[in-house]
Write a protein that binds this ligand. Structure first.
Ligand SMILES: C[S@@+](CC[C@H](N)C(=O)[O-])C[C@H]1O[C@@H](n2cnc3c(N)ncnc32)[C@H](O)[C@@H]1O
Length: 208
């Protein structure tokens, strides 16, 4: 396996020592700007029920839980390696009942209809085999008036990186917008963009 494929697979599902020690640092230091941008747009309220899909090391969960008191932050991630890191990092909040962390594939995990005030997902949509199904599911499990934020890196920026496109699917802003509107998000869909240290990021914001 080439390093390009190995690295792309590790980004999709971190595992082993490389996942634990290398990918975790890449996520924490490389993705914090995009995660802060997404968190700003979430405008969390004290009693919000939030789901983060593909939480990686759980860094954003730790930041979000500090902003709620009666609410609940749930996270789902495919990788056992990331789940172990996120559980350790958020142990106090899990014990207090403010955080629930689950291991699994979002697409295959059961959630009740109309459950969440906010759903967020950074740098993970690239790996969804059936994005239509995932967006339909997000719509179903959001409460009426609930908000979804999909955060992603600029398509042209990602295309310049050494990543395997059989593992990563890159999206333009219009493609994400269409994905949301074709799968039932009928209100306005905003794409907000930010350029930081010559890196370009986008957040798609839609309301049920
Ligand atoms: C590139 S990392 C991004 C992590 C974090 N959101 C960040 O911005 O640093 C993608 C994460 O999504 C998880 N993931 C990929 N596909 C997933 C799926 N279908 N369901 C849940 N988690 C998934 C991976 O295990 C990985 O931790």
């Amino acid at each position: 396996m080439s390093f390009k494929t190995f690295f792309s697979e590790q980004a999709r599902k971190p595992s082993g020592l490389f996942g634990r020690f290398v990918m975790s640092r890449i996520f924490d230091y490389g993705n914090n700007t995009l995660n802060d941008f997404m968190q700003e747009l979430l405008s969390l309220k004290k009693n919000d029920h939030v789901l983060e899909i593909g939480f990686g090391t759980g860094e954003l969960i730790t930041k979000m839980v500090k902003l709620i008191n009666k609410g609940l932050i749930e996270g789902i991630d495919l990788s056992n390696t990331m789940v172990a890191i996120a559980e350790k990092k958020n142990k106090k909040y899990i014990v207090e009942g403010k955080v629930i962390i689950r291991q699994g594939n979002f697409e295959e995990t059961a959630y009740n209809d109309n459950s969440f005030d906010k759903i967020c997902c950074a740098n993970t949509i690239y790996f969804w085999p059936d994005p239509d199904n995932c967006i339909k599911k997000i719509l179903r499990i959001l409460k009426p008036g609930g908000k979804v934020i999909l955060a992603f890196e600029d398509k042209e920026q990602l295309e310049r990186r050494s990543l395997n496109t059989n593992v990563f699917h890159f999206y333009s802003q219009d493609e994400i917008k269409n994905l949301l509107s074709h799968n039932g998000f009928s209100g306005s869909i905003d794409i907000l963009s930010k350029e930081i240290k010559s890196q370009r990021y986008h957040c798609a914001v839609a309301v049920k």
